[in-house]
Each structure stands twice: as C-alpha cells, then as structure tokens.
Design a binder for this molecule. Structure first.
Ligand code: PMP
Ligand code: GLN
Length: 393
C-alpha cells in the first residue's frame, strides 16, 4: 500500500468530516438564505472595544508575540471579572491562561489532561469540538443524554452517576448549554459537584455563554461549589459576550497545576494568538454592569421574537434559559429527520438552521431537533419568521 492509498485523514478524525457550521454557512451563502445556523452575531460588539483594538494595533501593543500565558492586562482583567461577578479569586500570574478562543482552551485542556483510553463524560447533544478534541487526545467519550422534559432539555442525575466508571477521568460540562439553551440549576450543579468530589474526577466547564442567561435563571460557575475550585478548569470566551467571534480570545482559569498542564499543550497548538485583541478584551471585561445587562436584554428580546415566530410557524419550541440558540422539534410540521429538513430548508424557505443530530452519538435521539440562532438583527429575524411561516401552509 502506498502512502496515498491509505486514507489520508487518520482514524481518530475520520468520523468528523467538515463541521456542520462550515457546511451550513456555505449553503446559506450559495443559496442566498438567511443564516440562522452558525452562531455569530450580525452586528459587531461595542465601538469602544473595537477602538481599543485599533489603538493597540497603532501603539504597537500585541503586534509581536505576546507572552505565552497572555498579556498581563488581560490576565488581570479576567481574574477581576471572576472575582467581581462570582467571588472566585484567581492569581493572574499562575491561575489564568489566555487561549485562541474557547475552542483552543477545550482542545488544549483535553490534550493535557487525558491519557489514551481515559473516559470523558459529556452531556449530549454536545458542541461539536468536544468530540473531536476528545478523539485527538485519544480519550473515549461517554455521552449522557439531555432529554426533553416539560419544555426544556434536562440532565438525568442517576444516568450521570451510572456513567462514571473507574476509567472516568473527567466531566466535561457546558452551562448555559449549546445547543439546547439549558442552564443547569443550583441543585443540578451541586449534585455534579458532589459526584466529582466523591469519585475524584476533574471537571472542565465551558461557560462561554455565562452572560447570556434569561428570565429567572442564573449562571452559577461550577468552581464556586464545595470542593470544586481545586478540580475545575473553567473556560470562557470574549466571542459571545462581546460579539467579536472572529477575534478568538478565550481563557482558562484554574489551579496553578492545572493551568500549567493546559499551557504545556497550548504552547504547541498556537503558542499565542490575537495579540492586539487581548488588550481590547481586557478593556471589554472592565465595562460597567450596564453593558452586560443591556446585552442580555437585547438578546432576550430577540429570543422572544424568534420563539414566537417559530411557534407560529408550527415548530415546537424549547424556550432557552440561556445562549443565543433555540432548539425546536420539527415533528408538529410532519417532519422527523432534522438532517433532511435542514438540507431542504434553504430551497423551501430561504433559511438555514442546524440539525441537532450532529451533536449526538445517539443520532436517533437528536433526529427531530433543529437549532436556530437568534443573535441577528430584529428585521432579519422577522424576515426569517415570515419565510418559515410558509412551511405551515
Ligand atoms: N463552546 C461552546 C459551547 C460554543 O458554542 C462555542 C462557539 N460558539 C465555543 C465553545 C467556541 O468558542 P470560541 O469561538 O471562543 O472558540
Ligand atoms: N459555536 C458556534 C455555534 O455553535 C459556531 C462556532 C464554529 O463555527 N465553530 O454555532
């Protein structure tokens, strides 16, 4: 066998193909459809933050390699944010690491912490990079399925407990949860924390939607629960909170030992990234509370607009408590295959959405669910709703 007759992509990655986000955004472009698939806002974040990036570029801050752990200004701002919002105290020098978005933080964390064969429990449906990063690290993913229950997707704590084995190395948690919009409750988080302590598990928690929580729900970082600070790697990102998804500034907060481990992997992925943007994000994190509440209110109005429209168009809507995604059930429309539905939707209605099945190992469990992003201008959402209503007719 010659080197090119063997499949070029290795076995660990063969199952992943092209991400659904790239596929669906390309479909939106080629068909001229409204893109409610990939989660990115169609307006940029605060002008003063953009100006801060321009200033950094002009002043020559960050144009050459920034320090490996991230620029001190940003590490200090991340620590101050965790302290101010959650009372979590981290040493900017030893307990904070800046990454190329949350995506690199997830990959570096798993590459650093897993031995081949270690099991990772994650809540299914999961954000697509989790499965790929676990695979690259040689780990084995163990899905615990969130199931529809009274209008939202819930975790079955008994199922979670039963999924832990002697090979379980870590729990990979995501709250607020993409794609379901579930925000884990205090009781659920307390139970996860107790289990992690009892079974001596590491916990990696992806909290990139921490500022997008609606109604009576509250974002509670897992690291605030008893026994968790010392075993938890918390991941954040500026992309969602400040509407600059292209800047790719993310971070990790944890103990010195865990941060050092993650940095060991991270230094051979990008080494460093986003130099000038790091300075701008440092300023963004220090914005007054009014920025964060206005951002949340704005997204809440968009959620309500799209949720009402999808309901009218005949979808069953799972009203999200967090994130900027709405998961729907397409069965009331007489459909059952989300993949087929999403591939046909641009032609049928000029709208692009994401089939949740791609986020499942148990594809059949996710088959009838379809995700729509609402981080778009009101007139874009209104037009999308108008188009989707044609489906009912
Ligand atoms: N985690 C979740 C749950 C996400 O939805 C995303 C992207 N939208 C990421 C991580 C990646 O974030 P980043 O763009 O900062 O890499
Ligand atoms: N996190 C975004 C989403 O869920 C997409 C990010 C990406 O394209 N990798 O839509």
């Amino acid at each position: 066998m010659t080197s090119t007759s063997r499949p070029l992509l290795n076995r660990r990655l063969a199952e992943f193909g092209t991400t659904i986000f790239a596929e669906m955004s390309a479909l939106a472009l080629s068909t001229g459809s409204i893109n409610l698939g990939q989660g990115f806002p169609d307006t940029d974040g605060p002008e003063e933050v953009r100006e801060a990036a321009v200033r950094a570029l002009r002043d020559g801050r960050g144009n050459q390699y920034p320090p490996g752990p991230g620029v001190p200004e940003l590490r200090t701002a991340i620590a101050a944010h965790q302290e101010r919002r959650y009372g979590l105290s981290y040493d900017p020098d030893t307990e904070v690491l800046v990454t190329a978005g949350a995506t690199e933080a997830i990959a570096a964390t798993l590459l650093a912490l897993l031995e081949p064969g270690d099991e990772v429990i994650a809540f299914e449906p999961y954000y697509d990079s989790y499965a790929a990063s676990i695979a690259m690290a040689g780990g084995t993913r163990v899905p615990v399925t969130l199931r529809p229950h009274e209008g939202s997707f819930r975790l079955d704590l008994d199922e979670l407990r039963a999924a832990v084995t002697d090979r379980t190395r870590l729990l990979l948690v995501n709250t607020p949860h993409n794609p379901t919009g579930t925000v884990l409750t205090r009781a659920e988080l307390a139970a996860i924390a107790e289990l992690a302590v009892e079974r001596d598990l590491l916990v990696v928690t992806d909290e990139v939607y921490e500022h997008l929580v609606f109604d009576d729900s509250e974002h509670l970082p897992l690291a605030t629960f008893p026994g968790m600070r010392e075993r938890t790697v918390t991941i954040g990102s500026a992309g969602k909170t400040f509407s600059f998804t292209g800047w790719k500034v993310g971070w990790v907060t944890s103990t010195p030992g865990l941060v050092t481990a993650v940095r060991s992997a991270k230094q051979f992925l990008t080494y460093v990234a986003s130099g000038p943007f790091q300075y701008a994000v440092a300023e963004a994190l220090a914005l007054p509370d009014s920025y964060f509440s206005a951002f949340r209110e704005d997204m809440l109005a968009k959620r309500d607009l799209l949720a009402a429209g999808l309901t009218e168009a005949g979808f069953e809507v799972f009203r999200p408590a967090g994130t900027y995604f709405i998961t729907t059930d397409i069965r009331p429309l007489g459909e059952s295959d989300g993949f087929a539905f999403c591939r046909a939707l641009p032609e049928r209605a000029g709208v692009v959405a994401i089939p949740n099945a791609v986020f499942y190992d148990h594809r059949e469990a996710g088959a009838p669910f379809v995700r729509f992003a609402f981080c778009k201008r009101a007139q874009v959402l209104e037009e999308a709703v108008k188009r989707l209503k044609s489906l009912a007719g």
